[in-house]
Design a protein around this ligand. Sequence first.
Ligand code: CA
Length: 737
Amino acid sequence: MKLRSVLGIALMVLASSAAHARDVLVSDPAAFKAAVKAARPGDSILLADGEWRDFQAVFTGIGTPDKPITMAAQTKGKVVLTGQSNIRLGGRHLVVSGLVFRDGHSPSREVISFRRDSKQVASNSRVTEVVIDGFSKPDRRAEDIWVALYGTDNRVDHSHFEGKTNAGVTLAVIRPKGQGEANRHRIDHNYFGPRPPLGSNGGETIRIGTSEESLSDSLTLVERNIFDRTSGEVEIVSVKAGGNIVRENLVLEAQGAFVLRHGNGNLIERNIFFGKGVPDTGGVRVINSDQTVRDNYFEGLAGTSFKSAVSVMNGVPNSVINRYHQVANARIAGNSIIDSARITLAAGADAERSAAPVDSRFERNLIVGAKGQDPFRAEGDIAGIALAGNVQSMVARPLLGKGVEQREVTLERAANGLLYPTDPALAAVGAPRDLKPVTRGEVGARWYRGNSPEAAFGTGATHPLAAGASLAEAAADAQAGDTLALGTGVYDVAAPLTVRRRLTIAGAKDAKPVLRVASSLARIAGGGGLKLENLAIDARAAAGEDALIAVGGGAAPNYRIAFDGVSVRGPGKGRLDGIVMAPGTFADDVTLTNSDFADMGVVVLATGEQEPKGWYPMERLTISGSRFARVGMVADLLRKGNDESTFGPWFAMTRSSVADSGAGGASLRVSGAQHSDIAHNSFAGSDGILVIHSVGAPETRIASNAFAATPAPRIEELVWKGPPRGVIEDNLVEAQP
Ligand code: CA
């Protein structure tokens, strides 16, 4: 009797809970709103398959650990939020799943926010199998965060984030001022796909906290994610809180490093970094107290300075909260550092950063390569770092002696894809054998792969175009990657072509078509990019008020411009600039190859970013095998400010000639670039080269150039107090008449 009554109650509970666990299919925002209001624990609100344009969802409710309230796609991957869309969560035990954000951007400062507003956060909630792909604000300076984690005990997993091109962290753990509570968030099994360099601070992929609350623990776990070419800025993961664990992530060709920027007692372990020699690929940077960096694997990292495979920074004595606290009690042990350019200790030591690391240990690490060079650098006092049990493959003049044994090391690639020493005596040195790199199949949304890479030049259709035909019409009709193949003869360009897609205009090498330009050749807009090949551009009649190619304010980030085998004749020295970029635009590459420029203004005018925030207009400017005569300047490239978060710009000019050129004392001015290589050029009867260093650790080489009736090249330092850095060598400077 008693037994039957207990059973009866159990059945009743089951029945009542089943009655409340409903799937509610909704097909418009009003129905969604009503369903949210009516939802009970265990319910799933399913968005109908299709496009949800301009959908700003507020998803609130109180679920239970066993019966969360779910917002999901009717079919995973078939619900696409476009236009001006976002989601705000508030409450507890909520789950969002299966949605795709594409073809738009958030109207607010966040795409997915774990809070409804400043009064209601979400806790114990989860975002899983969600995709945010290219959902970037069109002006790269307009800032947002794609996933903002407020509250506590939330999880973001098996999601796919790719192609963020505007300012702001991809995924941030927010710890508002005065709310330094433990968050215990979990960020795992996500695919963080390519994020191109932002050209400013604010391009981190993950940030945990901010400096204000950095002395309290967040206890966030970042585990088994892939970071694939997440190259937004120098910090891939920026830790600004205590007690976090960053474990077993796989980092592929990503420029930047995991940075223990603020906060103490963090653990970085069992991560695997492959740089493949890509410039500025780094590993882990240590700042603050009680940090542990153990059992990690670093291979092929080309970064130096703050982007070294391992760097341990100098601090600022009695540092304010947002500068650099001294490194104390750091433990860096059992890591393999293979074919990597640098391990930098006391990094960044200068007059301000004068507090050397103390009470720290560097133990049982294995250091092999690169190419027999010693990767160790000490930029200050390293007596506070005890070295023991490390093994380094032989180098000619090792920086470190005691605690770093020099010996022959032979490596063999093991079944897990990582290199280990063949000598069993080295079993306890370097990364452990049981590392298991996370695979692509384990991360991200199983049903989603990103769009194919943006169409490259010359990959589309080729459209022949006879002389006399309208270039403007053909350019307007072209699809991404198309080529307009011009015949011999003259093409009149009465008004600038509007280029909205990646376009190539090409002539034949031996019979270059002539483009007769009345005022300006082209305006790059939207998703444009332009390659010119084997053309003669006659702009002698241009008034010179416009640019030959103007990059408009709305041009897509990370566009490209290339000249190959092109000659340009302008209206006269100092008139008609060549390529001019509007502020807020950012080119991956501008390339001038085997081309001639005569009688014009500044050929590449890239000084539009005048705010001293570290923004700059292009990642790379490459000039080779080209000739400049009677031009205002070859290039005027500017990056202002003293922000240290970026890698570029890169500038290279090789095997080119400059004659009778210059304005205001320079024929080439490169200011704020991080890498400049100027070699094997000749300058005659021109103003000189001026390279200005303002920020970071710029690398400048001016070598093997000839200067006739041209002043010797100069390097100026705006911030650095010592003598100008950089290499000026093997140049031939003829006495001036
Ligand atoms: Ca940063």
